[in-house]
Design a protein around this ligand. Structure first.
Ligand code: G1P
Ligand code: ZN
Length: 561
């Protein structure tokens, strides 16, 4: 057993984005790359020394190697105990639940979320703090700073497995194998505790919902439902909750085996990347309810016969109906949404007379509000919804919430629940257009063009709408006062409409330009129109004012959700 200090030169660009450090697998495979980043985390978070760290990932390619390396780094950096998900698996919400339940001081979540996996795909690593949520910006900034000056990492060179010391080459392989068995092992002075990746999570979400009512719904003759795990991490979680605990037929959970490359698919639950499910439910109406989750299990897509639920609407519906769910029966304290998410949840918060918040994109901005009890529910347009039960978005939680609502509203369908919601609160037509892998300079130029136009926009018309405000979104956290600037360009037409433009902070190839469109419709007779047609004037406005097509030569977005 020996502790080694390895000299390294800093790597460029180890800057965590919207959700951790995401790069191509080949970038992570460079000797010392992962080590340098993780060492920077340990150097920035001295509270981990003598404490417990949670470690796991979505099972994508390079997950196991990364875990073996991180365990050796942790053991050399004075970490007391590491809780590792069996086979290296922990969904993002499960990692959050484990950190909280076991009072860990932090966690490392290995995932690039919905980005494709495999040797040519993406890998990612995210540091979560003791509240179970993503490290706030001040911490990710400090980690990035540290990566720029780092000169060494500490690693355990050889290790004791049950008292046997082996050379590092052998032990790395061994490490790979012992994470397959639940149990406790010693690695240098550190305990490695391999845990069932589902148990803590199932206990946390199991306490929130009316499982008896959902069980009866699922058993109801004629209720047909399906959950698509997209060959990603939620398979084992969905099986435990939906099949073992709720009695759903095993066949109702599809693509349930986590695969290193997600079966070659893009594990992003939206109509564009789950077209078969969309066709079967929304178009053909062969199922009453279907849902899917992403690579690391934090996103959700909800589909009903004839309707794909817009994530912004989903948040609003959950907020409006929360008291039907046992875990929220006493009501909610407030709702937060990311800035580009539609204002549907604001309307509900106003009606319920609870607080509503608009935060920058990324789950890390919800943490302080959740910790302070200012909000109970929060969500993003990017298929993310959750509550204060963890500090991450939570795909299966949203699915259980919807099942609980259907169980509590006999005779209602997903579509009828939404239509009733729109009649009461008005409908916010909503869509996001993504232009992917755009040349970074061209993307910046398009955003710059709109940014430069912002001061002159108020008073201008978009069709029948009048622009009332236009700015580059800046946020002051109401709890800790921290400031975040440059969070996306907003063109606002009062309560009627918004156009938002921002650059993605999670991509690994060039730049992704995201355009977001929202239009409010209070007239029930006009709430069932084609979404893209209703938004067309806003879409035209954004394309002209950014000059996106002219600058990039693109003629259409790559993905419309
Ligand atoms: C995207 C989503 C954002 C989400 C993040 C992590 O970030 O837009 O809402 O929090 O993925 O899942 P972006 O690529 O837009 O920076
Ligand atoms: Zn994700």
């Amino acid at each position: 057993m020996s502790l080694r200090e390895v000299a390294i030169a800093p790597f460029e660009g180890q800057k965590p984005g919207t959700s951790g450090l995401r790069k191509k697998v080949t970038v992570f495979q460079q000797p010392g790359y992962l080590e340098a980043f993780v060492q920077a985390v340990f150097d920035t978070a001295p509270e981990l020394q003598g404490g417990t760290l949670v470690l796991g990932g979505d099972g994508r390619f390079f997950n196991r190697e990364a875990i073996a390396t991180i365990l050796r780094l942790a053991a050399a950096n004075g970490i007391d105990r590491v809780l590792v998900g069996q086979r290296g698996i922990l969904s993002t919400p499960a990692a959050s639940a484990v950190i909280r339940r076991h009072r860990a001081r932090g966690g490392l979540v290995l995932s690039a979320s919905h980005n494709p996996g495999g040797p040519d795909g993406d890998f990612g690593i995210k540091y979560n703090i003791a509240n179970g949520g993503p490290a706030p910006e001040a911490v990710t900034e400090a980690i990035f700073k540290r990566t720029q000056t780092i000169g060494r990492y500490r690693i355990l060179d050889a290790m004791d497995v049950k008292g046997v010391t082996m050379p590092s080459s052998v032990s790395e392989r061994m490490l790979d194998q012992w994470i397959d068995q639940v149990g406790e092992y010693r690695l240098g002075g550190m305990i490695v505790q391999v845990i069932d990746p589902v148990e803590d999570y199932a206990a946390v979400v199991g306490a929130l919902f009316d499982f008896d009512a959902i069980r009866r719904l699922i058993a109801r003759p004629g209720f047909r439902f399906r959950f698509d795990a997209m060959h990603a991490v939620t398979g084992p979680y969905a099986r435990r909750l939906l099949v073992d605990m709720l009695g759903a037929p095993a066949t109702s959970v599809i693509n349930a085996e986590p695969k290193e490359n997600f079966g070659g698919r893009h594990p992003d639950p939206n109509p564009a990347h789950a077209p078969e499910l969309y066709q079967a439910v929304v178009v053909d109406g062969t199922l009453d309810f279907a849902a899917a989750s992403d690579g690391d299990g934090d996103r959700n897509m909800i589909l009903g016969k004839g309707i794909a639920v817009s994530p912004s609407d989903s948040l609003a519906v959950l907020a409006a109906n929360a008291t039907l769910v046992p875990g929220y029966a006493r009501g909610i304290s407030g709702v937060a949404r990311s800035m580009p998410t539609s204002r549907a949840s604001d309307a509900v918060a106003a009606a319920l007379k609870v607080a509503s918040f608009e935060t920058p994109t990324g789950w890390k901005f919800f943490g302080t509000l959740l910790d302070a009890g200012r909000i109970t529910l929060c969500g993003e347009e990017s298929y993310g919804t959750s509550s204060d039960h963890v500090r991450e978005k939570d795909g299966l939680w949203a699915v259980l919430f919807w099942l609980n609502l259907l169980a509590a509203k006999p005779g209602e369908t997903v579509l009828s629940i939404l239509q009733a919601h729109w009649r009461r609160f008005g409908r916010h037509y909503y869509s996001r257009h993504d232009y992917e892998a755009v040349d970074a300079k061209q993307a910046a130029a398009a955003l710059d063009r709109l940014r430069a136009a912002l001061p002159g926009l108020p008073g201008e018309k978009i069709g029948a709408l009048t622009i009332t405000a236009a700015d580059d979104f800046a946020y002051r956290d109401p709890v800790d006062g921290s400031e975040s600037r440059g969070q996306g360009l907003r063109v606002i037409c009062g309560e009627q409409a918004r156009v938002i433009a921002r650059l993605s902070g999670t991509g690994t190839e060039g730049a992704t330009v995201r355009l977001y469109f929202e239009l409010f419709e209070s007239d029930p007779a006009r709430q069932n129109d084609d979404v893209q047609s209703r938004l067309q004037p806003l879409i035209d406005f954004a394309e002209v004012r950014t000059g996106l097509r002219e600058i990039t030569g693109r003629t259409a977005p790559d993905v419309i959700t």
